[in-house]
Design a protein around this ligand. Structure first.
Ligand SMILES: Nc1ncnc2c1ncn2[C@@H]1O[C@H](COP(=O)(O)OP(=O)(O)OP(=O)(O)O)[C@@H](O)[C@H]1O
Ligand SMILES: Nc1nc2c(ncn2[C@@H]2O[C@H](COP(=O)(O)O)[C@@H](O)[C@H]2O)c(=O)[nH]1
Length: 398
């Protein structure tokens, strides 16, 4: 997208500040919804057909403050900074043409946009654990949770299957009805879902995000179809397949668990063969673990997780004061950086307080959060150099 194709302005209407911006042949207008004055409504004007459309809005919605600062960061998404709230609560992306939005547009056969909250810093990648029923995934994950309760969090799936004895709703699964899960899936609330052994199972966006928001590494226990869907999604994860030492041992474990009827055991064993066949598919799983002796397998799992060279959380890019300071507005944009100016906080000698928001390592995105934002203070030399930019009305959103 050429820089010159982008214009944005703020229009006052009935005390409601609307942010309008053009991307290609379309003008996007963000305003308050009529039903709930705090949430957003988005309207799209198509210059070619001269028509207005109210798109379906997906994703977690920002609580609108009195005004926003808005700039398209690519022809796929628009950065919206809500003013008057701490910086770490204020950064949002309105996705207008990302792969997720394109996919949802096709499914819903209507115009779609989606919100995605911006999160500063990078969390550790979630871990997807797959493998045939009865191989011991749940046993391994339970050990990990017990030994490292503050490091890992379990993504609690939804399922239409009935609870087993001792299974607790909201802890082992969110037990749900078919109509309810179908509705939630159609509303884009699920990262993935699959029909497994005659029931629907799915991972909600919230299940993963709530673990990551607690600063923990998220563990997903899902079948191979689910792993495939997560691979194709915007969630960057590591994928582990757990194999049994033999098919006979798998059958023995499944029977010994005593939670399924004979008919269900037969169904799970048939599906197990298909899952084992897919475990070597190139690009699907990053690691295979054989669960023969439980303790050995657990040690291997631990090694594998600590060997992972994910980036550390980069929260110390900016200081606490910056994070909590309310009201920043967008000043200018380069290919990978957005310059923000504090509206509430003047630096030493009345200098303008500027921050650089680095977008070069974004990850995730709708239907989940957009992670990997980095924020750094702009040094005084650069500050002086940018003062000229501040005076240029083309770069101001106010
Ligand atoms: N290494 C092992 N050796 C022997 N038994 C094991 C081992 N690992 C797990 N088990 C036992 O096998 C049974 C199945 O394990 P578990 O329920 O953890 O499997 P799972 O892969 O989570 O199954 P599902 O996908 O159906 O939830 C349990 O009774 C468990 O105690
Ligand atoms: N695709 C998904 N598969 C899931 C999810 N949660 C669990 N599972 C898989 O289902 C089977 C059966 O589980 P059980 O508890 O009935 O024995 C197992 O292989 C799980 O990995 C999910 O959210 N999505």
């Amino acid at each position: 997208m050429g820089e010159e194709a982008v214009h944005f302005s703020v229009v006052d209407a009935n005390d409601c500040k609307q942010s309008a911006f053009e991307v290609g042949d379309k003008t996007y207008v963000i305003c308050r919804s009529d039903d709930d004055l705090k949430t957003s409504a988005v309207k799209i004007h198509d210059k070619l057909t001269q028509t207005w459309v109210s798109p379906t809005i997906l994703g977690e919605q920002p609580l609108l403050t009195k005004s926003q600062s808005v700039i398209p960061v690519s022809d796929e998404k628009i950065l919206v900074i809500e003013k008057g709230v701490p910086l770490n609560e204020s950064i949002w992306f309105l996705e207008i043409d990302t792969p997720f939005v394109k996919q949802q547009r096709k499914i819903k056969e209507t115009e779609v946009v989606s919100w995605s909250k911006g999160v500063i810093g990078v969390g550790q990648k979630p871990v997807v654990i797959s493998g045939p029923s009865g191989v011991g995934k749940g046993t391994l994950i339970a050990k990990l949770m017990k030994d490292y309760p503050s490091k890992f969090g379990f993504s609690v799936s939804h399922t239409t299957r009935s609870p087993r004895e001792k299974e607790i709703d909201g802890v082992h699964y969110h037990f749900t009805e078919r109509l309810k899960i179908d509705k939630d899936i159609s509303e884009g609330k699920f990262l993935e879902f699959a029909h497994v052994h005659g029931n629907v199972y799915g991972t909600s966006i919230e299940a993963v995000e709530s673990v990551t928001d607690e600063g923990k590494r998220c563990i997903l226990d899902i079948d191979v179809q689910g792993a495939r869907s997560v691979r194709a999604s915007s969630l960057e994860a590591i994928f582990i397949f757990v194999c049994p030492p033999s098919f006979e041992e798998l059958e023995k474990r499944l029977r010994a668990r005593g939670t399924e009827t004979e008919e269900q055991i037969q169904k799970r064993l048939r599906n197990a063969q298909a899952e084992l066949d897919q475990s070597n598919e190139p690009g699907l799983f990053d690691h295979l673990l054989v669960n023969d002796d439980l303790e050995t397998c657990y040690e291997n799992l631990k090694k594998l997780l600590s060997l992972d060279d994910d980036q550390e959380d980069s929260d110390d890019f900016f200081n606490k004061e910056d994070k909590e300071t309310a009201s920043y507005s967008i000043v200018s944009k380069t290919d990978s950086e957005i310059l923000l100016q504090s509206e509430t906080n003047e630096g030493k000698n009345g200098a303008i307080h500027l921050l650089a928001l680095d977008l070069s390592s974004l990850s995730g995105g709708a239907p989940g959060r957009t992670r990997g934002l980095k924020i750094g203070s702009v040094n005084s030399f650069l500050t002086r150099a940018y003062i000229g930019v501040l005076d240029d009305p083309k770069h101001s959103s106010k």
